[in-house]
Design a protein around this ligand. Sequence first.
Ligand code: ZN
Length: 361
Amino acid sequence: MNLSKPCYENFLLTKKYMIDVEKIPFVSNFSLDLSLEKKHVIIEKLLEAHELAFANIHAGNITKRGFAVNACSNIDLWGIGTNFNNTRNEISSICAERSAILSLYNKSLLNFMRKNDGSRFEFKVKYLCMAQAIDLNEPHISAVPCEDCLSWFNTNRYFSDDTIIFSFEKNNESGLIVKAVNLIELLPYRNLKTSNIFDKNKPVKFSNGCIEALQKYNLTRDKIVDILYKTYKNYKDIKLKNVSNQNISCSILADNKIYTEHKTDWTKRWFIDPLEFLLKESLTKNSGSISVDAIAYFGDEYSGDLMEKFDDGVISIKAIGRLRQKYATSDTLIILNLAEHIFIVTIGEFLPKKFIQGYKF
Ligand SMILES: [Zn+2]
């Protein structure tokens, strides 16, 4: 028996698909240090998800789309899930990533409960092995989480910058590879903290990608500060009682007009997102056709009493994802009020992966 090699008897799917793990490149833009045994585990989990994704289609999932994810926790527990669709719309559907995370969360909680050793429940998602119902021999790009899932990942409680998403990819030139991206690549600004203290004289700082966009939209510093000031005024003047204790205002600059709206709470959990509301309002006023040059967000990062923390911040990844589908370009600017300065960044930089790999329905 060769002691230098781990025992691979349990990797049944890797055998079934005749995958030689040592020959599969793991491609990433960050330093990824995985043992051969860990690579075996990742590939086996990807294959398991791959089969579940197909099973979901064969079982008659109404979207006729199959995705599945095997999620791994900080203590190496695994949970699997597939896309679950009661209807085609978002209210009664959940993606494979979130389905797997829920499965893993419940498993982890049961494990914690049974252990009952007085320790704290520490749950973090370490890996997401994401697969699609596409034959491995067909050329395909790696699966990318949608913005609804990215909204979950943009929080800090269960996810970190280092949470890794693995998926298979195959192009015409090379064979099968495993692509690895971490959350900080998909959400480079996930740790940005906004502030609700405003001062017109704060310095304005621009990301590297802004310069062309500023010229394209003819946006001066004064105009940017004016959009943010209108958003701040709306935030200050709110008459509604926000039961969530989180007040958020948003403005968009579309066709040279500034539209401003605040978040409207129905309950602590249910609300109307101001960006989505503004898009609807401006679309109605412009006969269904608009182009958004800039968005400004202003609001409370935390609740007023600080008892309940909102680590999701004021910026809705979900709403930006919807805006991006038709009414923005990668150059559309996001204007944010930070503690020390006003920060301007493009949507393309804010949600980079989605502009590289579109998500077509
Ligand atoms: Zn999703």
